[in-house]
Design a protein. Structure first.
Length: 158
C-alpha cells in the first residue's frame, strides 16, 4: 500500500511539473539562420518558445490592402539570434524566406527592434492563426507587408 501511494504522488508531481512549461503548442517547425555568419543556427519552435521573450506593444501594422491595425506581439529579439549566430557587425540586409518559398530582402534599418514572433497579443500564432504561423518576422519599423509569416529562414547578407 505504501508503494502505491508513492507511485501516485510521483505521478501527480510529474504531471504538475510538466504543466509548468511554457504552455507552447507542440509544433514541428524550424528556423534556420545562415548566410554571412560564423555559427549557423537551426532552432525548433520549442527552442524559440523556451528563449526569453520580449513584447512589442501597440505596433502599427501598415497593410497594403485593408485598414491599418494596431497590434501587439511577443517573441525572440532578432538581434540576440544574430549575435548567437555570429553575424558580422557590418551586415547590411537580410533575406527572409517563408515556408512557401516567398523571400524578401529587408534592410538593417527595417530590422531594428525586429522579433521572431510566436504570439500575437496573448495567443500563440500557431493555434490562433495557423495560416500565418507558427512564427512570424515582425519588423516594427517597416510596413506590415514586409513582415514574413511562416518564417523558415533568415540569411544575413554583407
Amino acid at each position: 500500500m505504501r508503494k502505491t501511494g508513492f507511485v501516485i504522488v510521483f505521478l501527480l508531481l510529474s504531471m504538475l511539473v510538466a504543466g509548468c512549461g511554457s504552455g507552447a503548442p507542440d509544433v514541428d517547425w524550424e528556423l534556420n539562420i545562415g548566410g554571412a555568419v560564423n555559427n549557423p543556427l537551426t532552432l525548433s519552435f520549442d527552442d524559440l518558445a523556451k528563449m526569453e521573450q520580449v513584447d512589442l506593444n501597440d505596433i502599427l501594422m501598415e497593410k497594403s490592402t485593408g485598414d491599418d491595425v494596431i497590434t501587439s506581439w511577443s517573441g525572440v529579439p532578432v538581434a540576440g539570434l544574430f549575435e548567437d549566430a555570429g553575424a558580422p557587425a557590418d551586415w547590411s540586409t537580410v533575406t527572409a524566406v517563408a515556408g512557401d518559398g516567398y523571400a524578401i530582402e529587408i534592410t538593417r534599418d527595417e530590422m531594428q527592434d525586429a522579433i521572431v514572433a510566436l504570439k500575437e497579443g496573448e495567443e500563440w500564432i500557431a493555434t490562433a492563426d495557423p495560416d500565418h504561423g507558427p512564427i512570424r518576422l515582425v519588423c516594427p519599423h517597416s510596413p506590415g507587408n514586409r513582415w514574413v509569416f511562416q518564417l523558415q529562414e533568415i540569411q544575413i547578407n554583407q
